[in-house]
Design a protein. Sequence first.
Length: 230
Amino acid sequence: MTSPTPSPEQPSEPKYADRAYRSPMGIAGGVLLLVLALWLGGDALLRGDGARVRWVAVAGLLLVVPLIIAFTLRPAVFAGADRLRVRNPFRTIVLPWTSVAEIRAGYSTEAVSTAGTVYQLWAVPVSLRKRKQANRRRIRAEAAERRQSGADTDPDLRRSARPTPAHPTSAGPDSHHAPGDQVVKDLNRLAEEGAIRPTAKGEPVVRWAYEVIAPAVVGAIALAVLLATG
């Protein structure tokens, strides 16, 4: 029995969904802020004293809601086989892997293009506290491994090197990195793998998020006019 011949339309390489990175804390905070803003704004619209109060509530919602969405729900990073797509509060940046020089994390996570331009990754926050915790876990694991290697030849050290719940001798592959640093490590690996793909060539493309900027600007102008004429 012969195997079926693939059709000409069949892709030569399998397609994979983009890896998506978001901030769970940012999303949770954004939902809470949206609920609060809609509750206060809706109350002013339904129970406000006079038309002016209602117009101020509408203008305030036009200003506040897009900003909440922009800084909490919108940020995301999508890493595919050919490119990195960064969705920041007011911009979307598409970086083919060949245009990415490195992805680094200091006090913030950044993607550096081959031209030297730096783009922040809002969806991958850096936690110095979690980084210190990960470093302490790494140091404890290394010390435990050294004790274990010494216990192989010294019977007295063998008893002291036994793992305890508070001081395990080994840790998971990701426990030595803070979550943000682990994402940076994964993205750099994807950049190295994607840089050799012929379909990953191109220049960075930046698009402004007018769907967020426009209503916020309209709301700010309307609110300023209402307050100035009050």
